[in-house]
Ligand binder design. Structure first.
Ligand SMILES: Nc1ncnc2c1ncn2[C@@H]1O[C@H](COP(=O)(O)OP(=O)(O)OP(=O)(O)O)[C@@H](O)[C@H]1O
Length: 286
């Protein structure tokens, strides 16, 4: 599948959600779609799923426009954080309906995941707890086997054990059947190890699109006795520093792994902190 956004614009009455973004996604990978509230992530995913029309620019999937185009949308599954399914349907009916919607539907996987999440298929959507409804969304998203599967904060209400199960099956699924999986999340550190590519939206524009490895290789965390950390980071581009009881920890930008001295230790910077740094910087400039 080839997704190409070319100067893509989406304007609502009161906001311009996408301000002319250029983006290409072609490889089957797990993409992390990140950004602060209101950055435009959901708007982009809704345009890609054909729910809505762009206001300007172009969006193509395999050369076709997604809006109102079954040839595209049968290959794209978007699971939103809530209200994915009609409240009066039973879980069984939701799965049946989804099996008709998605040409690659995997009935056995849906049954396995129902078991895994311990979800009773006789229950109606309106009687599901928030976490159970999220689990149903995840089941549909993964069993759709859609070549483009988008999950927009799909874990609302899921407890830590269920989220861990979700990440595990997401990875297993991707490994057994690679496809474009776009995961939008605010729980960045919890899932950052899954991402192969990271796309950061900021105020309707794309701030960064990089492989997760590249992003990890451009920042380091140094920790140890406060005085040594201070000397070490002198002249370096420090993005965050914390101190406690005579020890310090500093995140700094560098393309080269630091050569350690004294009692200092080096590790990576959590992706969440990198995103905060990148989006704050942009915010400060705007
Ligand atoms: N249906 C709509 N009508 C009017 N404005 C909208 C609509 N949907 C989104 N917006 C506006 O577009 C901008 C982008 O919103 P969007 O939901 O795409 O951001 P997001 O990155 O998904 O945010 P979040 O992380 O909070 O979900 C925001 O200013 C939002 O208020």
């Amino acid at each position: 599948m080839t997704i190409i956004a070319d100067k893509l614009i989406k304007e609502y009455k009161t906001a311009t959600a996408l301000k002319g973004i250029d983006l290409q996604i072609t490889e089957p990978k797990i993409y992390g779609l990140l950004g602060r509230n209101g950055a435009g992530k959901t708007t982009f995913m809704q345009l890609l799923a054909g729910y809505d029309k762009p206001s300007g620019g172009e969006l193509h999937v395999n050369g076709m426009k997604p809006f109102d185009n079954r040839a595209v949308t049968e290959n794209i599954c978007l699971i939103k954080e809530a209200d994915n399914f009609k409240k009066d349907l039973t879980v069984h009916q939701v799965l049946k309906f989804a099996s008709m919607l998605y040409s690659n539907w995997d009935k056995d996987l849906a049954a396995d995941l129902l078991d895994g999440f311990d979800l009773n298929k006789k229950l109606r959507v309106k009687s599901l707890s928030k976490g159970m409804e999220s689990a149903l969304g995840i089941i549909v998203g993964l069993a759709s086997k859609a070549p483009v599967t988008m999950l927009d904060e799909p874990y609302i209400g899921l407890d830590a054990a269920s989220r861990a199960y979700f990440y595990e099956v997401l990875l297993e699924e991707f490994q057994s059947d690679p496809r474009i999986i776009i995961l939008s999340t605010h729980l960045i550190d919890e899932v950052s190890n899954l991402f192969e590519e990271v796309i950061i939206f900021d105020k309707g524009s794309i701030l960064l699109h990089k492989s997760a490895d590249e992003l990890r290789a451009q920042s380091f965390c140094i920790s140890g006795p406060a005085a040594q950390v201070k000397t070490f980071t002198n002249g370096k581009q420090v993005i965050k520093e914390t101190s406690f009881a005579g020890t310090s920890q500093a995140y700094f930008l560098s393309t080269e792994a630091p050569a350690l001295t004294g009692d200092l230790a080096v590790s990576g910077v959590p992706l969440q902190d990198m995103m905060v740094h990148l989006t704050e910087k942009r915010g400060a400039r705007a």
